[in-house]
Design a protein around this ligand. Sequence first.
Ligand SMILES: Cc1cc2nc3c(=O)[nH]c(=O)nc-3n(C[C@H](O)[C@H](O)[C@H](O)COP(=O)(O)OP(=O)(O)OC[C@H]3O[C@@H](n4cnc5c(N)ncnc54)[C@H](O)[C@@H]3O)c2cc1C
Length: 506
Amino acid sequence: MRASVDVMGFNNDSKLSPSQQPKLNEERRRLHHEAEVVIVGAGILGCAIAVALGNQGRSVILLEKDLREPNRIVGELLQPGGVAALEKLGLRDCLEEIDAIKVYGYDVIYYGEEVRIPYPANALEDGGKTQENSHTDEMRGTKRKRPEGRSFHHGRFIQRLRQKAMQNENVTVVEGAATELVRSGWTGQILGVEATVQGERSAFYGGLTIIADGYASKFRKEFRKDLPVAKSKFWGLELIDARLPMPNHGHVVLGDGAPVLLYQIGTHETRALVDIPEGLPSASLAAGGVKGYLKNVVIPLLPAEVRPSFQAAIDRDRLRSMPNSWLPPTTNKAPGLILLGDAMNMRHPLTGGGMTVAFNDAVLLSELLNPQSVPMLDDTKLVLKQMRTFHWRRKGLTSVINILAQALYSLFAADDAQLKALQMGCFQYFKLGGNAVDGPVGLLAGIIRQPFVLFYHFFAVALYAIWIYITSASIISMPVRAIGSVGVFWKACVVIFPYIFSELRT
Ligand SMILES: Cc1cc2nc3c(=O)[nH]c(=O)nc-3n(C[C@H](O)[C@H](O)[C@H](O)COP(=O)(O)OP(=O)(O)OC[C@H]3O[C@@H](n4cnc5c(N)ncnc54)[C@H](O)[C@@H]3O)c2cc1C
């Protein structure tokens, strides 16, 4: 094992012509397993950052344990803020030829009552000039430009991203499972990873190692003590030819129980994700297990037109689940290593924010590590300095998405009277329309990047909920409700402040 990495000569061998350098670098990656950057995981984040750094002329090795098309129930709805980041990375065409569906916003169904919350008009960074990422709001008969999201089969999208990485002359994609980190015995600096490639042990060296191995990261625990917290799972079904109340919209179904999501992921396929909290009595074995819960609790909540395809999917499919994890972000402090994507930061997938965070992180990180600012990626002091900047600068977007996902989940999965009051207040707030819709959905879409706006709308919902809670009571019970409203306000604080504080950690 080597004590240091020689990355000299990757891009600055003056004896070589510009056309010879990439070829030499490619040989060094293929034959000697040496690059400026080694990335573990060719998922959402890994592919995006590999292409971004490759485009800057960096020599990149991208390691992926399984290059076959993944078949997962995650990462299927990309918010407009994620589409915009994908465009900045030059990867927008990955959304083409995968039978992706345009998404114009959400339809929230609360005990059978619906409210449409479209993505906000003129909220794009470029004021909606990007034609490809916006549409005219025909449903409202207006001419205002509105941004769009996309939903799709995760595996198809991933394969398009991997294809882009493979086509990049500065990126070499290797199928192999990373098993261990390679460290300098002198300094402790991370020098690369050991991996199993075609049954053989091998080592890959880089001035910088990026770990993007996803939610169950093998390497995370070496760098942080806290573990992801998962209080519920999403159970996934694929509905065939489902009739959704509002095509081209994500659907959130609320009622007695945790939320259900529905969104089309292909011409004929619709994803249903059913949130089931840990230890829920109505999903216990005695009550018929998960299938029993889907049949007895979920089906009656669904719009009538969705029920037949939902029932057919229960009868036909193997049920699959994923933990809904919460992991607050931390600053990368290990010399030679960057932890990114779900390996570093996770939030409840209710708001479909994970990929938007990942693509925006790839944009920001590649800006901070660009060769003009950081000529050598093994300059660990400079890289760590840039990582501190990265930690704070990403918050404008990611703290909003993280806090919103967790807070909204608490309200949508309400399991006590105060949370139920807040849930009802939230739905009634959406019904007010205007800024009461544009603000929250703009935050969720990843296009409003101001934590204060989130704070404002959250407490506006809380106060509106309290107002309804008190005024909907009879005159006699109003004083009791007024006292009870203190509990509702207190609950709102308990819901949001822990997540705000978690974002203030270094
Ligand atoms: C139920 C659920 C639904 C979700 N829905 C959405 C949604 O609709 N929209 C959205 O934006 N986000 C969604 N998310 C979140 C989103 O999927 C993640 O945030 C995103 O995939 C994170 O990207 P990543 O690159 O960090 O990890 P991943 O995309 O999981 O990629 C990790 C990669 O690393 C590889 N790998 C793992 N270990 C190794 C190893 N040892 N060696 C080599 N390779 C390795 C894996 O094979 C994989 O390819 C959802 C999450 C869940 C749980």
